[in-house]
Design a protein around this ligand. Structure first.
Ligand code: URA
Ligand code: SF4
Length: 203
């Protein structure tokens, strides 16, 4: 598989990108997923939030963060005083990676190769929106934009320069970590604290 680069439109406006991603075969994930889930939000959003990949719900309805993790994120944004409608939400990888277990489709983490293959779409979104800041929700978003050695545990709450961009990047946990962790209340509180930091940097 060649990576997403050759599937990008010549003129990467929002409409062209949305159309072009439907044809992407940059890695093997297009084979089993229902559809590519592109980011959404205003083009002049001051903040871009980058998750991992669409989940089961997002794969079916075609929009980012509409399932259980999205509900956690919505609540955390509200608690941090941020308005989802004013932000641009997207993912590091645009197709859902899963394995079948009976009738259920169980989320699988995308590989580094798949993440790298998909990065041109994310880069195109960042070039389009030119946000002041980017919130990295979880390890995969960080690895996509800051390199394979990125670990959330080491970096949570820290601000980085985003290579090739004037935006800052804030490291935080993925909202789904607040669903499954034994210490989910502490994880959630950390997420809200980090989102507040992002909000404060915009103010
Ligand atoms: N998890 C993500 O990282 N992104 C989504 O869009 C949904 C769940
Ligand atoms: Fe293309 Fe990304 Fe889907 Fe792979 S995951 S096929 S690179 S859009």
């Amino acid at each position: 598989y060649p990576g997403a680069e050759e599937f990008l439109p010549a003129r990467p406006g929002p409409r062209n990108l949305r159309t072009a991603i439907k044809t992407c075969q940059g890695c093997d994930l297009y084979l089993d997923a229902t559809q590519a889930v592109f980011g959404e939000g205003p083009r002049d959003a001051p903040l871009v939030l980058v998750g991992e990949q669409p989940g089961d719900v997002e794969d079916r309805d075609g929009r980012p963060f509409t399932g259980p993790a999205g509900r956690v994120l919505d609540r955390a944004l509200e608690d941090a005083g941020l308005d989802r409608e004013q932000l641009y939400l997207t993912n590091a990888v645009k197709h859902f990676r899963f394995e079948h277990r009976g009738k259920r489709r169980i989320h699988q983490r995308p590989t580094l190769r798949q993440t790298t293959a998909c990065r041109p779409w994310l880069s195109a979104e960042l070039d389009l929106v030119e946000p002041d800041g980017v919130v990295l929700l979880g390890a995969l978003a960080g690895q996509s934009l800051l390199g394979a050695d990125y670990r959330v545990g080491d970096h949570r709450g820290r601000i980085f320069d985003l290579p090739g961009s004037t935006a800052w990047a804030l490291a935080t946990v993925h909202p789904s970590a607040a669903l499954r962790a034994e210490d989910r209340d502490a994880v959630y509180a950390g997420l809200v604290e980090d989102l507040r930091l992002a909000a404060a940097r915009l103010a």
